[in-house]
Ligand binder design. Structure first.
Ligand code: DP6
Length: 337
């Protein structure tokens, strides 16, 4: 096969990856748990070129036209391709076309979906058929740890619990906790910032241990992880929600108290957090979480989604509202070129 195309979804972390034991290899300090999304998807088409041919990276438009990707993005994709070649014993060059089907200016992280799609498409074009756990490790080679979770649908934990010896802890692949059909949770995303964030997650991970609250959060995580795992297992939003919000606040508390500090929130963020608290006072079970950015993901049951989306759209500072929800993971996609 000389071309392969894959669509892989983004994910929203319920328990966050924040701080790395080995940043270059994306080995996290703590386990994370996420929900894979359905609608926010990155497409990647990979064509194998002759051995030694330089890699090409293109952005694909909806009409099938290709334009060269920005230098920094191309460098990151080439870095991932080098790691994949090394791991898979290939010397091929690759032509890569990529496209996100969520608004490019929505300020939503696309590295998890993009690098998961790239890793899977490369294995396909090389005629390999690795197990999902292997794909998770290959996606992580991008340096985007959250990409390790996006190779699975539904509810996902990463890494697999270690053996307890610190040597190998954190190095395992992601593992599915429950499939999408288990619980049809929705993620109503309030976009309050359209541009790219000023400080990358990579830099956030690097600064995290400088916060005086970093160790305090880690001490609370085993209990929080247990709560989140069992709330997912029993489909209990009342049990999941408070932990979800505490975790997001902790991440941002650590970011804001890192040296130098990282502020991701804007006034729209706090307005949405207040609107979600108001929704709860009125009896709607809706809970907020934010990754490393200003936008707010509001988790709720499907029946409450219309009410939540309408309420968020009215909040000052909200530019748009995206309705997404749990999805079933990567799939083969039509060729982009
Ligand atoms: C806050 O290093 O995976 O989203 O490469 O930008 O996707 P990207 O970041 P990565 O860190 C993710 C940080 C996070 C929390 C999470 O998704 O677990």
């Amino acid at each position: 096969m000389s071309k392969a195309s894959v669509a892989a979804p983004a994910n929203i972390a319920f328990v966050k990856y924040w701080g790395a034991r080995d940043l270059e290899r994306a080995i996290p300090v703590n386990p994370s748990i996420s929900m894979t999304l359905a609608r926010c998807v990155s497409h990647s088409t990979v064509e194998a070129l002759a051995e030694g041919t330089p890699d090409e990276v293109w952005l694909a438009a909806e009409d099938g036209s290709l334009s060269p990707a920005a230098e920094s993005f191309t460098r990151r994709v080439r870095g991932h391709l080098d790691a994949l070649r090394h791991e898979l014993g290939s010397h091929a060059g690759f032509r890569v076309g990529t496209r996100n089907n969520f608004p490019a200016a929505a300020g939503l992280a696309s590295s998890a979906s993009g690098f998961a799609a790239l890793a899977i498409a490369v294995t396909k074009v090389l005629g390999l058929n690795p197990a999902p756990a292997e794909l998770s490790l290959l996606a992580r080679l991008s340096g985007s740890g959250s990409a390790a979770r996006s190779v699975f649908g539904g509810y996902v934990e990463w890494p697999t619990p270690g053996s307890g010896d610190t040597e190998s802890d954190g190095e395992g692949p992601a593992v599915p906790l429950a499939p999408a059909e288990h619980w049809h949770l929705r993620d109503v995303i309030a976009i309050v910032e359209a541009g790219a964030k000023e400080v990358s997650s990579l830099e956030g991970h690097r600064r995290a241990p400088s916060s005086p609250y970093f160790e305090k959060r880690l001490a609370q995580l085993p209990a929080r992880l247990d709560t989140v795992r069992s709330a997912i297992a029993s489909r209990d939003l009342a049990a999941l929600g408070p932990g979800l919000e505490e975790e997001a606040i902790d991440l941002h508390l650590i970011a804001m108290s890192s040296r130098p500090p990282v502020f991701y929130w804007n006034p729209g963020t706090t307005a949405v957090l207040a609107a979600v608290r108001d929704l709860r006072h009125e009896g709607t079970a809706a809970f907020s979480t934010m990754d490393a950015g200003a936008n707010v993901h509001v988790i709720c049951e499907a029946a409450d989604e219309p009410r939540v989306a309408e309420a968020l759209a009215r909040v000052p500072g909200v530019l748009s509202v995206l309705r997404d929800g749990v999805g079933s993971g990567p799939a083969t996609a039509p060729d982009l070129f």
